[in-house]
Design a binder for this molecule. Structure first.
Ligand code: SAM
Length: 335
């Protein structure tokens, strides 16, 4: 039985139970149909043996078997693991990838990838964006990305975005309660704000970003996800949150410089509220130095802090990690 058909980078395999694998392999060698360029794959209680042509219909002594066609991964095709990230139907190849053109051609043949970009810079500047060049496919940098049952339209050359925070965004959303006020101080195109707003229609989410392009997409994404409880502000998180107070949660997802905005966060959070603070830390001191600095800022604002959770979100660079500390904020003299 042929299980699936695909037109791209496909390889044909015979699936048999593990305990018959060796016998079937020998018989396939006899038939001269083994694909010697590919490795045998293991899959639960079965093995998948690569073959160069259909077996079904031929007189064989193979007994029961399934014949299937599998789309090979880029690493299998290239013989090395290319460094790239897929966001919607666009792949971005790492700027240090030496064989970028070759990788681009392989990626373009993968399901769903319509455009291949290469990063020309790291994520830089106040708006945390990167320059990209178009290597292959449709000439565009805008894509639609789905995460945690939300959809985000975004332009990878104009706004910050990484799919690597999807679990982290869900983790923060899990801590919110309907009716909460949430301030997302560096919202980008809205992946924290919209997820929270969608899951908790009774929450009031204030999303602010300084990058006009990020705010334009944030507005689009609010419409796209049909949420009505996001208040959007374009501007500086320190200047333009004036008048906001009593937040149950404040999200500070600007890891390189969130520390400079703590006074603004203490200005909007309620007594007993929680700040989700992101930073980049060296592996030798992931949390202690950071907590000292945060505590110093808290004292200046008349608060003290209680760390509720400290966690590594993801590796960031050699010896460096993107970390998050969830901090409960209490007025000095309380708790
Ligand atoms: N939270 C979003 C996400 O997960 O995709 C975006 C995070 S990105 C690391 C940080 C965002 O902060 C960028 O969109 C940038 O434009 C914005 N930003 C930088 N400085 C800012 C400031 N002073 N006030 C408000 N937003 C700022």
């Amino acid at each position: 039985m042929v299980l699936s058909l695909s037109t791209n980078m496909e390889s044909r395999y015979i699936r048999v139970p593990k305990n018959r694998g060796e016998q079937v392999r020998r018989e396939l060698i006899e038939l001269e149909v083994i694909d010697k360029n590919l490795k045998i794959k293991r899959e639960d209680d079965n093995v998948l043996i690569p073959v160069i042509r259909p077996i079904e219909g031929y007189e064989t002594d193979l007994g029961d078997f399934e014949e299937l066609i599998i789309v090979q991964s880029p690493a299998e095709i290239l013989g090395f693991s290319p460094a790239y990230e897929q966001i919607g139907d666009i792949a971005i190849i790492d700027r240090h990838e030496p064989q970028a053109q070759k990788v681009a051609q392989v990626l373009l043949k993968q399901n769903r990838i319509k455009t291949v970009l290469q990063a020309e810079t790291s994520v830089i500047g106040e708006y945390r964006t990167r320059s990209v060049s178009i290597l292959a496919g449709e000439r565009r940098t805008e894509t639609l990305y789905k995460e945690n049952e939300c959809r985000y339209l975004l332009d990878l050359s104009k706004v910050y975005f990484t799919p690597r925070l999807s679990t982290e965004r869900a983790r923060i959303a899990d801590q919110i309660q309907d009716g909460d006020t949430v301030v997302d101080m560096f919202s980008g195109v809205g992946p924290f704000s919209i997820l929270i707003a969608k899951r908790f229609p009774g929450a009031h989410v204030i999303a602010i970003d300084k990058n006009p392009d990020a705010v334009r997409y944030l507005k689009e994404n609010v419409k796209l996800n049909r949420v009505r409880n996001v208040e959007i502000r374009e501007g500086d998180a320190r200047e333009d949150l004036k008048g906001v107070s009593g937040a149950d949660h404040v999200i500070m997802n600007l890891p390189h410089s969130a520390i400079e905005f703590l006074d603004a966060a203490f200005g909007v959070v309620k007594n007993g509220g929680v700040i989700h603070f992101y930073a980049i830390s060296h592996e030798d001191d992931l949390f202690d130095g950071l907590l000292k600095k945060i505590n110093g800022a808290a004292v200046l604002s008349g608060f003290h802090i209680v760390p509720l959770e400290k966690r590594i979100v993801r590796p960031y660079a050699p010896y460096q990690f993107n970390v998050c500390i969830d901090l409960q904020v209490l007025s000095s003299g309380v708790g």
